[in-house]
Structures are given as C-alpha cells and as structure tokens.
Design a protein around this ligand. Structure first.
Ligand SMILES: Cc1ncc(COP(=O)(O)O)c(C=O)c1O
Length: 456
C-alpha cells in the first residue's frame, strides 16, 4: 500500500522539498542502502543543523567562531593533508615548527647559542597538551625516584579546585592523586602558599592556570614559583595557559608567568581559543628537551622515513596548523594586541553596565584577567529567581550565556559568564546589555505577578 496520502504529481523536475527525501525520515541508525543526490544530502544536513545555536551568540565558549575568508580558504585547501606524514608534507611540518618557535619566543623560552631551547608539538587542543605535559612530569618524577631506589607508586599533582575538567581526566587516566587547593567564596584561584605547603616527595608538579575557566582570572604563577624557590624546592610548574597564553603577552606584557620563571617547565595554549583558529588546535611546549622524557617520544618509519612523534593522537589535518600560522603572520604582535585590547575594553564596559544593574562581579578587569565577565545576582537586586532563570530567559533572544555553579567547596554559589571573543564588538555588547535589562525586567514582572496571584 502506498504510504503517501496523496500521489506526487511530477517526478524529477521538482526541488528537494518536492522530492521523496523531504517526506521521509532522515536516516538515524541504519546506514541507508540507497545513495542520494549530493545537493539533497547537503541541503538536508544543513537544514537539520539550523536547530544548533548561533556560534556568534554563544558567549559560553572560548573557542573561535570567526576567521577571515583567506584563512578559511587555506584551511579548506589543507584539510586533506595528514600532517603526521612528515615525508609527504614537509612544508606543513616546517610550518608547525615555525609556529612553535614563535610561541617559544613569545613565552620567553631560554636560549642557547641564540636559539630558543623550548620544544613542543601541535595537539588537537589544550586537553591533549595537558595530558602530554602531565605524563612528562610523571615520567620525570618516576625516573628520578627509581634512580634513588624510592617508591614510585603514589604520584600526586597539586592544583586548585578551579581547574578545567581535563586536569581531573589527566589525573584519573594516568593514576595520579589530586592534591586540591580549595577555592573559597571570595578567592576563586589557587593560593600559592597553600599550594606549596602541599608539596611532598611524591609531587610530580603544580598546575597554575593563566585564565581560569570559571572566572577568567590569572593564577599567581610567580607567587608559586617564588614560594618554591624560597623553600629550595625544584618542583616543576606547568602553566595551563589555554586561554591566557594568547592574551596576557599582548594586554599585560609585564606579567611574569612563563618560562622566565625557573620552575615553569611546560606550558599549554589553545590555538583555537584566543589563538584565533577554529576548533581543533592546541600547543604543548617544554622549556627544553630534558623536560620531555625520551620514553614519551616514538620514532616511526612506516610513513616512508624516520620521524619523531609524541602526541596522543596520530593523524590530524594540517589545516589548523596552517591557519595558526596565517593568524600569526597576518596579525603579528600588533594585530593580536589590537584585538585583545578591544576585547578587554569591551569586557570592562560590560562589567560597568552589569554593576549598574546590581550584579556582583567575580572576574578581574583592566587586563588583569581574560576578557571574560563572570557575575552573579547581587544581594541588592532583591529577587527570588536565580542565574539559571536569567540564562534561560536570555536564550529566548538567542544569547547563550551559561549559568553554572562554582568549583568544589563553593559549589553552592551560582554564577554566569560572558566570554568575549574576537567578533564581540561594542555594538553587540550594547545589544546584550539591552537584552539583559529586558530579561531582568521580564523576570521581575513575572515574579511580581506570581506574588500577587499567591496573595490573592
Ligand atoms: C583553563 C583551561 N584549560 C584547559 C582547557 C581545555 O582546552 P581544550 O578545549 O583546548 O582541550 C580549557 C577549556 O576551556 C580551559 O579553559
């Protein structure tokens, strides 16, 4: 029996919405037996995706949502190159090394005979870079302990409770105990003194975050370094500069957080955050080769020549590395500085507007943290609804402003966060301010109506 209630009148000369594909369910579990025309597959998937949020209005994410056409073109043109294949794509590999050199210089790598000593690799993101850095710290600690004939069964790592989830993953995946420095209701970053007090003979390293995911604040890397030095401890510090690595050097160049500090042995940065490349790239750098134990480096020859490899993933497209290089030479220091300064100024403006509305601000302004505004409803606002209701209300206008709870130990505190990315102009900020005001008013009106109904 024909499942169609009406017979289709014409065949072959209609557009996709008159074709049988428009009246059939999209394949969701079984690989379809028949093929479909490419235009139809394209249109149906494009249409399916319209229910995704608009990346430009997604203020939850640190990840790049805008790139110039030329960068996109280069990405497309190099997305069929597997950069692991050094023999076939030597130029792409060289470009990866150029990016690494530029980052090594930006992060003040020590120099030997005029050359930076730092080594590194492109990764799929900061998480992979952090996994590698954690493994390197663990392996070095283990090698040292073994050489001294000591127990190696209980490695630990020190970090604040405000770390991104990838640190908890690294600790769990690689069987390292987490020694956590708690955040408090007034301090959302690590306390350097407490961190150093937790050091023991099994500590593989300390993580310091340059721009926390919760509030965008910079942890005091120098404070940790100096406290270690004062105690004569050579415990390694890894700086998680996922976001700050491409912000602080341009907005706050006098901040000392990188390889200038003797105990900083490794740094990660996300190319796909303030490095201004679409998602899929991070960078791991070690101060010098001695901090990357040889056991983590593999020599393979099955792609046609001997080559070194020390990433968790094997294959990845060259496109993101090429795009990172494009951004670096297209923008230069001045370009990055101009963009990051604009964002910092806009963040400060947004902070002022939110304060005027009665919100409590949790982030640091004036370039002392990331261009991120973290805030929560203030006690003077005198309202019953919470941040989650406000986030929900803003969603009606398309804005994605997350409401979430703070890190462990102050998880009762709910808050909201706006991450300002390259395409967040003053004009878009004005629209957001307007919509937050309107959302607050709508929620207050609704609250008043509920109270009146209840009283009645
Ligand atoms: C501080 C910090 N570290 C690490 C990560 C993980 O980075 P990626 O998404 O590049 O893996 C993030 C992501 O937001 C982050 O904010």
């Amino acid at each position: 029996m024909d499942s169609m209630p009406f017979k289709r009148l014409s065949r072959g000369c209609t557009n996709i919405y008159g074709s049988r594909f428009a009246s059939e369910h999209m394949p969701v579990d079984e690989l379809p037996y028949d093929e479909m025309p490419k235009e139809t597959a394209y249109r149906m998937i494009k249409d399916d995706l319209v229910l995704d949020g608009n990346p430009m209005l997604n203020l939850a994410s640190f990840v790049t949502t805008y790139m110039e056409d030329e960068a996109e073109k280069l990405m497309l043109e190099s997305s069929n190159k597997n950069v692991i294949d050094h023999e076939e794509y030597p130029k792409s590999v060289e470009i990866e090394q150029r990016c690494l050199k530029m980052l090594a210089n930006l992060f003040h790598s020590p120099k030997q005979d005029g050359e930076t000593t730092a080594i590194g690799t492109a990764c799929i993101g900061s998480s992979e870079a952090i996994m590698l850095a954690t493994l390197a710290m663990k392996k070095r600690w283990k090698n040292q302990r073994k050489a001294e004939g000591k127990d190696t069964s209980e490695p630990n790592i020190i970090m604040s409770t405000g770390v991104q989830v990838c640190w908890e993953k690294a600790a769990r995946y690689f069987e390292i105990d987490e020694k956590l420095v708690p955040c408090t209701e007034t301090r959302y970053v690590i306390d350097p003194t407490q961190a150093v007090e937790l050091v023991d003979e099994n500590t593989i390293g300390i993580c310091a975050i340059l721009g926390t995911t919760y509030t965008g604040q910079y942890e005091d890397v120098k404070g940790i370094n100096d406290a270690l030095v004062a105690k004569g401890l050579s415990i390694p510090i890894h700086v998680d500069a996922a976001s700050g690595g491409f912000v602080a050097p341009f907005v706050n160049p006098d901040l000392v957080w990188d390889f200038q500090l003797p105990n900083v042995v490794s740094i990660n940065v996300s190319g796909h955050k303030y490095g201004l490349v679409y998602p899929g790239i991070g960078w791991a750098l070690w101060r010098s080769p001695e901090y990357l134990p040889k056991e983590l480096i593999f020599n393979i020859n099955y792609l046609g020549a001997d080559q070194l490899n020390f990433t968790l993933n094997f294959s990845k497209p060259a496109s993101h590395i090429i795009a990172q290089y494009y951004q670096m030479i297209r923008l230069g220091r001045r370009g990055y500085q101009a963009i990051m300064t604009n964002l910092t100024n806009t963040a400060d403006y947004l902070t002022e507007q939110l304060k005027r509305m009665g919100f409590t601000i949790m982030s640091d302004g004036a370039g002392n943290g990331l261009p991120v505004v973290a805030f929560r409803l203030g006690s003077t606002q005198n309202i019953l609804f919470d941040e989650f209701s406000l986030a929900h209300k803003l969603r009606e206008r398309g804005w994605i402003v997350p409401a979430y709870t703070m890190a462990a130990d102050c998880e009762k505190m709910s808050m909201m966060r706006v991450v300002l990315r390259e395409d967040f102009t003053q004009s878009r900020c004005d629209s957001l301010v307007h919509d937050i005001q309107a959302a607050l008013k709508a929620l207050v009106d609704q609250e008043v109506r509920s109270i009146q109904r209840y009283q009645a």
